[in-house]
Design a protein around this ligand. Structure first.
Ligand code: ZN
Length: 348
């Protein structure tokens, strides 16, 4: 079975956020998309475990796509509030690792990830979806690095001290507002220096080009799809794809049906085929070395044919059925992500 590295999953939220059905992720469950038992079944080798701080605790994922402008889900949040929740999130991942009986480890180096793959252990990589927990003067960035954070999305789909996120407009383009703030530009440079991935998913287009000019690392969009196929503001335009290719970067294809379907509808009654279409387009535009997976498990509505993390092999099967060869499938499934880790992170 081909192992899978996932550029983005929101599953940790069911542990650290006091909303919805809280789960430990330890035992097999029918709720949500991810737990350690189903992950093994799906040959899930690891992924970027997102720490996300919602604008309000009555946050409802169904409102993440096409909310009204007044929707509280897109309102800016304070740094103190964000920091408190993020700290709970980080603790919850270490606790999960501790209680997992060796099934999951928090991973901070490529060496860790490869060793875990050989030992059949899941690698959990700490990712901030939105940089609100970080002080604008970045005095605490090194602390977060030391706590294991290896990937930072400058923004979620709202404004913060560092930049401006895209909200969810369909049809719409990612060109929704101004570029990075001065603090945002400094954060990109600091991430480059420390060896932290800068995630461009949720960033608006001007911010994207600011990062493209500033960053010396590969451009990474952990969970986004193709704007040419689904013209929603959250997806990437052809010119953005070209820049990602030229930087030796990657796009993790999102399983969100709202980003995959022509009509952008959020319905699980959607064939896996649409994911293959976006992957095919991404390969045609950028080449096989720049496409990966960024499931968005537990953050959105995904096709029934995958269902949850245990259904990842169904996507692999679908790729083979569509004529992809083993070399290509392995790159999409995990090798391209390993290259990004190698190019971005410090060796130790
Ligand atoms: Zn997201």
């Amino acid at each position: 079975m081909i192992p899978i590295i996932d550029g983005h999953l929101d599953s940790l939220q069911s542990v650290y956020l006091p909303i919805g059905n809280s789960r430990s992720l330890m035992e097999a469950s029918r709720q949500g998309h991810f737990d350690l038992v189903r992950a093994r079944k799906g040959n899930f080798a690891g992924g970027l475990f997102s720490i996300f701080v919602p604008s309000t605790m009555d946050f409802n994922y169904d409102r993440k796509v096409f909310p009204s402008k007044q929707d509280a889900g897109l309102m800016p949040i304070s740094r103190e509030y964000a920091r408190n929740i993020a700290q709970k999130g980080i603790q919850s991942l270490y606790r999960l690792a501790e209680k997992s009986s060796g099934r999951l480890r928090v991973s901070t180096t490529l060496k860790n990830v490869i060793a875990n793959m050989n030992d059949n252990v899941i690698s959990a990589i700490l990712h901030f979806e939105g940089a609100e927990p970080i002080a604008a003067d970045m005095t605490d960035l090194a602390d977060y690095y030391n706590a294991g954070v290896r990937s930072i999305g400058l923004v979620w789909s709202r404004a913060n001290a560092f930049g401006y996120g895209v909200d969810f407009q369909f049809p719409g383009t990612p060109n929704t507002g101004p570029g990075l703030t001065d603090a945002g530009k400094e954060l990109v440079k600091a991430c480059n220096q420390l060896g932290i991935i800068v995630d461009l998913s949720h960033l608006n287009e001007k911010g994207f080009w600011d990062v493209q000019k500033l960053s010396d690392g590969p451009l990474v969009a952990t969970h986004s799809c193709m704007h040419a196929l689904t013209p929603i503001s959250r997806n990437l335009t052809d010119l953005q794809l070209d820049a990602i290719r030229d930087s030796e970067g990657i796009v993790g294809i999102n399983f969100c049906t709202g980003f995959l379907r022509k009509d952008a509808e959020l319905t699980s009654d959607t064939p896996i085929e649409v994911i293959v279409k976006h992957i095919t387009y991404a390969i045609e535009r950028m080449g096989v070395d720049h496409v990966g997976i960024g499931s968005d498990f537990d953050g959105t509505t995904i096709p029934d044919g995958i269902g949850d993390v245990s259904g990842l092999p169904n996507l692999i099967k679908e790729l083979f059925n569509n004529g992809f060869d083993e070399t290509t499938v392995r790159k999409i499934a995990f090798e391209n992500w390993l290259r990004i880790f190698s190019a971005t992170w410090k060796p130790e």
